[in-house]
Design a protein around this ligand. Structure first.
Ligand code: C5P
Length: 212
């Protein structure tokens, strides 16, 4: 029997992760947060005292990545996000991570299906995925949501700082030569600017069920 792949892409803080996790839970599929893998590579390079933009160091960190690296306590910080975005523009890093992502998609642990979220799932990692969503929202909406998340965690920051960090990262992710952030030609666009998380999920699950 073959398994189903759901590809979810979009810019930072669009709500991809929340949506992907909920879809996976609802369908009994396995979920892979591919951004976490890039964050882990970025932090591995930083922790070793090197520049995440250094192709040789970053490539080596990606090839040496171990499951335990995905448990790092700092992976959700802005520092990790920026380091992730820097290593993510290096072709050797992307190459090294491709097999793992494709294997997870093709043979998810639970055997039913896989939901992957990231920037290039529908375009590069799983171009043949039968279900692709491109989730977006205005930069201001995304920054506002991210600010609330950070404040809830007790992290002191401002709207302007969050917005600037996000825009810098989106710009780098969209303009890189290899696997830039963009919707696949056959992706379904979901603009969540005017939707709360429940409404976005309702739209997404209806779209997915119609395709299953
Ligand atoms: O999704 P998240 O914000 O955790 O991703 C962190 C960074 O990892 C992104 O800004 C992007 O540079 C990179 N990334 C990527 N391709 C993916 C997932 C994440 O380039 N499939």
């Amino acid at each position: 029997s073959t398994t189903t792949i759901i590809a979810i892409d979009g810019p930072a803080a669009a709500g991809k992760g929340t949506l992907a996790k909920r879809l996976a839970a609802e369908l009994g599929f396995d979920y892979l947060d591919t951004g976490l893998i890039y964050r882990a590579v970025g932090m591995k390079v930083l922790d070793a005292g090197f520049d995440p933009a250094d192709p040789a160091r970053a490539g080596e960190a990606a090839r040496d990545l171990e499951p335990a690296d995905l448990q790092g306590p700092d992976l959700r910080t802005d520092e990790a996000a920026q380091a992730a975005s820097k290593v993510a523009s290096i072709p050797a890093v992307r190459d090294a991570l491709l097999d793992f992502q494709r294997r997870f998609a093709a043979t998810p642990p639970g055997g039913k299906g896989a939901v992957l979220d990231g920037r290039d799932i529908g375009t590069v990692v799983c171009p043949d995925a039968p279900i692709k969503l491109y989730v977006t929202a205005s930069a201001e909406t995304r920054a506002e949501r991210r600010l609330k998340e950070l404040q809830a965690k007790g992290i002191a920051t401002t709207f302007d700082l969050v917005l600037a960090e996000m825009k810098e990262r989106d710009e780098r992710d969209s303009s890189r030569a290899v696997a830039p952030l963009k919707p696949a030609d056959d992706a379904h666009l979901l603009d969540s600017s005017a939707l709360d998380a429940d409404q976005a999920f309702d739209v997404a699950i209806a779209f997915v069920r119609a395709k299953l």
